[in-house]
Design a protein around this ligand. Structure first.
Ligand SMILES: NC(=O)c1ccc[n+]([C@@H]2O[C@H](COP(=O)([O-])OP(=O)(O)OC[C@H]3O[C@@H](n4cnc5c(N)ncnc54)[C@H](O)[C@@H]3O)[C@@H](O)[C@H]2O)c1
Length: 415
């Protein structure tokens, strides 16, 4: 079977969503035009595992316009949008994903996506790469390399490279300036609050918001919470990040002190158990908990389920858990990444930048895989600069250029 989606008849709704984002993704539209003429991926097989919503679908279509034979799956059991998956199947792409898959079905979809025997991977969290290195190494016969979308995936790949087990080169798309500076900070910053607001229908102003971490995502989340009028507390383990948070005007303290103060908690660290049952026992009745990090290991959901004396569906996408104290905590999207599992993910203009990096990095793998080592590779400054300039051009923004005199001055050392 060439696709496994929930309901192919949902395709028209999916096309509506894809066309909406396409109108707001000028960089990808430009690449699509170029690719239709030059067909850089003609005959090349690409397997893609990225949160399967409209922006990802458009990236898949752009790569297909370049001649790629695409095989697509999601990257989280709750982030696939069934109408969008149906639209891709309708377009003739191989698609294996549906919303609410079991863990077993999810990993079967990853395998089915790889049965394509890809030359290039587009991964988000390194599940494709991990499958090719563990259960299904037989599917890696034709692989040249791939691109990794997120911080957690890059961390996993670097661990593999350090141990000398990574079998092909992987480009750290996440680490490109045109990715993490905008996607992780402004994209996660805005879409996390979009999700919390639409799912709770509560005011953010005047709330005490506890943000766990002060990295690229979490500082965006803290910045946007403050802009909405919240009182923000940051918890960190890195002293430098803690100073940054303090100088940006936030209270900084350990989670054991923040737990009884917060109304809304958001964790985005890439670490595990940043919010434990012990913390939850100290929280106010009705505290809201959410996670924007890649895996659902940041809030100790297993511990919470064990400790809870009662549970209820408090609202769509929100589960209430009652603890022995009698207090309830409300978890959004089962502790899975809140902005994608219970909303539409990052804004289209943000993913335009991130996915332009993906498309050009896939071209880089195609052109250079023979000379690359089996390790994690940085995106070239040239790719970052081309994308940044195209983005500014799409906005109609011009910037200055160094004069010859300024260039000479910056290259000189004599006074
Ligand atoms: N939701 C999304 O759409 C989205 C988008 C991009 C990245 N991500 C994911 O978000 C996570 C964070 O990514 P990032 O780019 O911000 O990473 P980052 O490395 O820039 O920041 C992580 C921060 O968390 C801090 N931290 C780590 N463990 C902690 C702990 N136990 N308590 C408090 N602070 C702790 C670190 O010191 C660091 O400052 C990753 O899992 C990444 O894959 C999610």
């Amino acid at each position: 079977m060439e696709y496994q989606v929930r309901d192919i008849s949902l395709a028209p709704l999916g096309w509506q969503k894809i066309n909406w984002v396409k109108n707001n993704m000028p960089l990808l539209r430009g690449l699509e035009e170029e690719f239709l003429k030059t067909k850089p991926f003609q005959g090349i097989k690409i397997s893609l595992s990225v949160h399967l919503e409209a922006k990802t679908a458009y990236l898949s279509l752009v790569l297909a316009a370049g001649g790629a034979e695409m095989s697509v799956t999601g990257s989280n059991v709750l982030s696939t949008q069934d109408d969008v998956a149906a639209a891709l199947a309708d377009a003739g792409l191989k698609v294996f994903a549906y919303h609410g898959a079991t863990e077993e079905e999810y990993y079967r979809h990853i395998e089915m996506c790889l049965e394509h025997k890809p030359n290039i991977l587009i991964d988000d969290g390194a599940d494709l790469v991990t499958m090719l290195h563990t259960k299904r190494p037989d599917l890696a016969a034709e692989i040249w390399g791939g691109c990794e979308e997120t911080t957690t995936g890059v961390i996993r790949l670097k661990a593999m490279a350090r141990q000398g087990v990574l079998k092909f080169p992987m480009v750290a798309v996440n680490d490109a300036d045109c990715k993490h500076l905008f996607d992780n900070r402004y994209g996660t910053g805005q879409s996390t609050w979009d999700s919390i607001m639409r799912n709770t229908n509560l005011i953010i102003a005047a709330k005490k918001v506890v943000v766990v971490g002060y990295g690229w995502c979490s500082r965006g989340i803290a910045m946007r919470a403050a802009a909405l009028g919240a009182n923000v507390i940051v918890t960190e383990i890195d002293p430098i990040k803690a100073i940054e948070a303090k100088m940006d005007g936030f209270d900084v303290m350990p989670m054991r002190q923040a737990a009884p103060l917060g109304d809304i908690f958001v964790t985005a660290t890439g670490c595990c158990k940043t919010i434990t049952v012990e913390h939850m026992m100290k929280m106010k009745d009705g505290a809201i908990l959410s996670n924007a990090g890649h895996f659902d290991s940041e809030i100790d959901m297993a511990g919470l389920k064990e400790a809870a004396v009662a549970t209820k569906e408090a609202r769509k996408n929100i589960t209430g858990y009652q603890l022995t104290s009698g207090n309830w905590v409300n978890v959004v999207a089962e502790g899975r990444l809140v902005n994608i599992a219970a909303a539409d993910g990052h804004p289209a203009e943000i993913m335009d930048l991130s996915f332009a990096v993906q498309a050009l990095s896939a071209m880089y793998i195609k052109d250079h895989h023979k000379e690359l080592e089996n390790t994690v590779i940085d995106v070239s400054d040239e790719i970052d600069s081309v994308i940044a300039r195209r983005k500014l051009a799409a906005w109609g923004v011009e910037i200055d250029k160094l004069t010859k005199e300024q260039e000479d001055y910056l290259n000189s050392w004599e006074v």
